[in-house]
Design a binder for this molecule. Structure first.
Ligand code: FE
Ligand code: FE
Ligand code: MG
Length: 166
């Protein structure tokens, strides 16, 4: 742990590490929700949806990378066990019991909207207290906003296609 790097953080570092571990738990659950969703999804526009879900899963894993690296930099320990994910998560996990495309899209849109809220709050908390974490969270938030838009656009295309067929 870099001593000076930790010293410049103007908030309770343990509290910050805890918030980052909560976000890390969300990212792993989001990763798996997208990944397993891409394996089971069924219905119209399946191929386009699979491509987006697969890409998003790898991007969520990238967020987990960024957050865990920051936790280690701050002298913390990233969550060590998957059991912890369910204790710490902000956004939870929606298992894709219904594999229909629209249902999978709805579940993931809900997840992204939760992620946007969580990261937006984290930006407020870190804005002046910890610009290094702020910068990381800003990168992640920008991608969550993109994810929400990608899924919403797919859902709109799906609805348009189904309307035209009537
Ligand atoms: Fe993410
Ligand atoms: Fe996302
Ligand atoms: Mg995308």
């Amino acid at each position: 742990m870099g001593q000076k790097g930790r010293e410049i953080v103007k908030m309770d570092v343990d509290e910050l590490i805890n918030l980052l571990n909560r976000a890390l738990s969300d990212e792993w659950l989001a990763y798996y929700q997208y990944w397993i969703g891409s394996k089971v999804v069924k219905g119209p526009m399946k191929d386009a949806v699979i491509a987006e879900l697969t890409l998003h899963s790898t991007e969520e894993l990238g967020h987990a990378e960024l957050i865990s690296a920051r936790i280690v930099q701050l002298g913390g320990t990233p969550v060590l066990s998957p059991e912890e994910w369910f204790k710490k998560t902000n956004c939870g996990y929606d298992s894709p019991e219904d594999p229909y495309v629209e249902e999978i899209l709805n579940q993931n849109i809900k997840g992204e909207q939760c992620a946007i809220r969580v990261y937006s709050d984290l930006l407020d908390i870190t804005r002046t207290a910890d610009p290094v974490t702020y910068n990381i969270i800003l990168q992640i938030l920008s991608q969550e906003v993109e994810h929400e838009e990608d899924l919403t656009a797919l859902k709109e295309d799906l609805e348009l296609m189904l309307e035209r067929r009537r």
